[in-house]
Design a protein around this ligand. Structure first.
Ligand SMILES: *Cc1c(COP(=O)(O)O)cnc(C)c1O
Length: 361
């Protein structure tokens, strides 16, 4: 038997490009919204003592009960709301999609937005509906979104709050209208919760179809892969059925629970990133040829002069700084680049590299 990939693999999968992660060896890494600060030194010994007790010969607790408890305490999740843990919030998006996927079912989101909504919709066999944001400020177009919901009747609607890659928060009243008008679930994705004061977590239960999704990745634990979904137990109990057993490993459960019980140390880091974000924004705004967009997240979207994004991106790379080029990813992102906020030293290095890349021809 000699079957080829072209015969066996679905056409829509073969047409994809694999998710590309560039090699960042030796570079200042400002491309992936990571927290630049390492595990707090003062907590290392106690953390390692916790890990020494972990039973790696045993499967993890299937529900991650101790970690769920730590999440409830750290995040103030209401006792009458259920939690579901994922191997990153990416896995939760996949579980949601698998649980509802059937011919004709749709997943709706706002574009430009988080690319995994579209990718996972395709993997699961859901039709993806992307409603364009407004051109000038990337605001949510409420009329267009409500019309698309009415027309498409999506099973799932994802709203990133704040949005990636634009960094802005959509109008909360508009999101409420969307939740009310939706025939399916609305998932408010709060991946950037540590960098904003706004949240829908306290609104859980106000509408039967609202779920809130978060992750510990952007707060500083991207290497652990832990996301969580909060909402009414009737929903989460069903979505839990498509979860692979033991999806969150022993070391991730123990490390994340430890970090959440010492969250003040990470709160200090994310507060420092928030204050750096303001300084970086002002410095970017002062540069000729770069327009930064206001951000409530740990990154800043910028627009270069027309046709200059690729050269600026490469100019930074030549000077040892890796950011994300978004030009070409969506029509509204023409000439756009995304810069993750780093340490003060990294941001200073970025700014001097940027000046050189902008003004040297
Ligand atoms: C980064 C990001 C995620 C993914 O988080 P993981 O928990 O690392 O999988 C989800 N949603 C948005 C909007 C993001 O930007």
């Amino acid at each position: 038997m000699n079957v080829s990939a072209a015969e066996l693999i679905r056409d829509d999968i073969r047409a994809l490009h694999a998710y590309h992660v560039p090699d960042s060896t030796g570079l200042i890494k400002l491309d992936a919204m990571e927290n630049p600060y390492p595990w707090p030194e003062a907590l290392r010994e106690d953390w390692l003592a916790t890990l020494r007790q972990a039973d790696l010969n045993r499967y993890p607790d299937p529900q991650g009960r101790d970690l769920q408890q730590a999440l409830r305490e750290a995040m103030g999740i209401r006792a009458d709301m259920a939690l579901l843990l994922g191997n990153g919030s990416d896995e939760l998006i996949q579980m949601l999609a698998l649980a509802v996927a059937a011919p004709g079912r749709k997943l709706l989101s706002l574009d430009p937005g988080f690319v995994m909504y579209r990718m996972i919709a395709l993997f699961a066999g859901l039709e993806y509906i992307g409603v364009p944001l407004r051109e000038l400020d990337f605001a949510l177009d409420l009329d267009a979104t409500l019309a698309a919901i009415e027309r498409e009747q999506p099973a799932l609607t994802f709203i990133a709050y704040p949005n990636n890659p634009t960094g802005n928060l959509f109008d909360a009243g508009a999101i409420e209208r969307i939740i009310q008008a939706s025939p399916g679930l609305v998932i408010v994705d709060e991946a950037y919760a540590p960098f904003t004061d706004r949240s829908f977590l306290a609104r859980l239960g106000d509408w039967p179809n609202l779920l809130v999704m978060r992750t510990v990745s952007k707060m500083g634990l991207a290497g652990l892969r832990l996301g969580y979904l909060a909402g009414p137990a009737e929903w989460l109990a069903e979505i839990d059925k498509v979860r692979l057993p033991y999806n969150v490993n022993v070391l991730t459960q123990a490390s994340t629970a430890f970090a959440l019980r010492h969250h003040a140390a990470w709160d200090g880091q994310t507060a420092a990133i928030r204050s750096e974000r303001g300084k970086l924004f002002d410095a970017l705004a002062a540069l000729d040829g770069i327009t930064p967009y206001p951000s409530e997240a740990n990154f800043i979207l910028v627009r270069t002069d027309p046709g200059r994004a690729a050269a600026v991106f490469q100019g930074l790379l030549d000077r040892g700084v890796l950011i994300k080029k978004l030009d070409g990813a969506h029509p509204l992102l023409a000439d756009c680049l995304r810069i993750t906020v780093g340490t003060p030293e990294e941001n200073a290095a970025l700014l001097s590299a940027l000046e050189a890349a902008l003004y040297t021809y």
